[in-house]
Write a protein that binds this ligand. Structure first.
Ligand SMILES: *Cc1c(COP(=O)(O)O)cnc(C)c1O
Length: 389
C-alpha cells in the first residue's frame, strides 16, 4: 500500500518556544534603561502576582526551580542519611536538589496511566529516616493529593511539591503547590510561564519564608534584600552559608507580562491538546490519560507513548522522523534510576521501576506552546499521522 509522504515544514518548529509579546519586550527594555536591572521592585511585583494567583501566603522569586527545590529542602534542615521520597519519572533536577540538600532520594515507581508517583507503593518505602515526600505533578496533572497528604500526616513527613509543570494545576479546588510546606515553580523557557530562567518558592509559613529569603541570598539577614533600595544603607549579618539564587528585575519584567495572560495561554494549550487527542485517537500509540474529574490539568506536556510492538517503529525512530519533517520534540523523561549517576549512588538496575521504564522507553513530547498557530498544529498532526499510520 502506498502512502503519500508527509510534506516537510519550511522552517523548524522549535519545541517549547515561548510566546513573548511586545509588552514584555518593552518592559525588559525599560528595565535596562531604568538603571536598576538586579533584584528590585519588578521582582517584588512579580512575586505578588504569582502569590495572589496561587493563593499562598508567601512567594519568593529565585533563579530557577532547581534553586527553589534546593532551598526548600535546605530549609527543612535535612541531615545526612535522611530520606526524601520521590518519583523516577521527573527531571534530574528533582533528585539533584535532594542530594545537594544532603539527603538520599528514595524512589517509588509512578503509575503507568497518570505517570505520577503511585501513592499505594509509598508506605513500604517509608523508614525511620524518611523526612519528606516530593511529588511531581507530571505534565501538569495533579498527583493524588488526598492519598499523599494522608501519608504525610500519618508519618509526620514534610511535603515539597515540584510544580515545574503545574502552575495552573488544581486538585479538588486547591492549587498545586499549597498542600505541603513548600511548592516550587519553574519559569524556564519551555515552561507554561517563563522569565527565560527563574523559579519561585511558595509557602504559607512566615518563618520558613524568611529562611528561604535568607538562604537564597548568601545567608544574609533578611534586610539584605532591601539593602540596595533608597531607604538608606543597612548592615547585614550572615546567618548561614547561603546561596546566590535571587531573581533579577530583567527576568521579572518578562514575568509581569506573562502572568496576566496565564489563562489565555492555558486555554490555547487546552485547545491544542484536544486537537491532538482527536487526531491521534486511532493511531497505534497511547495518548495522555484524560484529565481527572474535580481537577485542573496544567497541560504542560502532550506526550505520546510509542508502542513499537504495534507499529514496528521505536520511539527514537519516530523522534528522528519527526525531526526530519522539521517538527521539534522532547523526551520527558528517560527513567532516572537508570541514569549512570543514580544507578551507582542508589544501586538501581533495570526492572526496579517497571512503569517508569515503560514510559521512559516510549515517551515523546509534542510542541504544546501557546505560540503555536493552527497551521503549526496541523503540521504536527500531519507529520505524526504520516509516520505512525
Ligand atoms: C524544569 C523542571 C525542573 C527544573 O526547573 P528549572 O527552572 O529549569 O531549574 C524541575 N523539575 C521538573 C519536573 C522540571 O520539569
Amino acid at each position: 500500500m502506498k502512502t503519500t509522504p508527509s510534506k516537510k515544514r519550511k522552517d523548524f518548529l522549535v519545541f517549547g518556544s515561548p510566546l513573548i509579546e511586545e509588552a514584555a519586550i518593552q518592559e525588559v527594555v525599560a528595565t535596562l534603561r531604568s538603571g536598576w536591572i538586579g533584584t528590585g521592585p519588578k521582582v517584588k511585583k512579580f512575586e505578588d502576582l504569582v502569590r495572589d494567583y496561587k493563593g499562598s501566603k508567601h512567594a519568593i522569586a529565585v533563579s530557577s526551580c532547581t534553586a527553589a527545590l534546593h532551598l526548600s529542602l535546605a530549609a527543612l534542615d535535612l541531615k545526612p542519611g535522611d530520606e526524601v521520597i520521590t518519583t523516577p519519572m521527573t527531571f534530574c533536577a528533582t533528585l539533584n536538589a535532594i542530594i545537594h540538600a544532603g539527603a538520599k532520594p528514595v524512589l517509588v515507581d509512578c503509575e503507568r496511566g497518570t505517570q505520577n508517583i503511585d501513592p499505594a507503593k509509598i508506605a513500604s518505602r517509608i523508614t525511620s529516616r524518611t523526612r519528606a515526600i516530593l511529588p511531581v505533578h507530571f505534565a501538569g496533572r495533579p498527583c493524588d493529593m488526598d492519598a499523599l497528604g494522608e501519608l504525610a500526616r500519618k508519618h509526620k513527613l514534610a511535603m515539597v511539591e515540584d510544580c515545574a509543570h503545574a502552575i495552573e494545576t488544581e486538585y479538588r479546588g486547591r492549587k498545586a503547590g499549597t498542600f505541603g510546606e513548600f511548592g516550587t515553580l519553574s519559569f524556564y523557557v519551555t515552561k507554561n510561564i517563563t522569565t527565560a530562567e527563574g523559579g519561585m518558592v511558595l509557602t504559607d509559613n512566615a518563618e520558613l519564608a524568611d529562611k528561604i529569603k535568607i538562604l537564597a541570598l548568601h545567608g544574609m539577614s533578611k534586610d539584605a534584600w532591601k539593602r540596595f533600595s533608597d531607604d538608606g544603607y543597612k548592615h547585614y549579618e550572615v546567618l548561614y552559608a547561603g546561596f546566590k539564587y535571587n531573581m533579577t528585575d530583567m527576568q521579572a519584567a518578562l514575568g509581569l507580562h506573562q502572568m496576566p495572560n496565564i489563562d489565555v495561554y492555558w486555554r490555547r494549550r487546552q485547545e491544542i491538546w484536544k486537537r491532538y487527542d482527536e487526531a491521534f485517537a486511532g493511531l497505534p500509540c497511547f495518548t495522555p490519560a484524560a484529565p481527572e474529574a474535580g481537577t485542573r490539568h496544567g497541560y504542560h506536556l502532550y506526550t505520546l507513548l510509542i508502542d513499537s510492538d504495534k507499529r514496528g517503529k521505536t520511539r527514537d525512530q519516530v523522534l528522528s522522523e519527526l525531526n526530519a519533517l522539521n517538527i521539534g520534540t522532547g523526551v520527558h523523561y528517560l527513567a532516572l534510576h537508570l541514569q549512570p549517576f543514580y544507578r551507582k549512588l542508589l544501586g538501581h538496575k533495570a526492572g526496579d521501576f517497571p512503569n517508569a521504564e515503560f514510559i521512559g522507553e516510549r515517551t515523546l513530547s509534542l510542541p504544546l506552546s501557546a505560540k503555536l498557530t493552527d497551521e503549526d498544529v496541523s503540521d504536527v498532526i500531519d507529520a505524526v499521522t504520516s509516520i505512525l499510520r
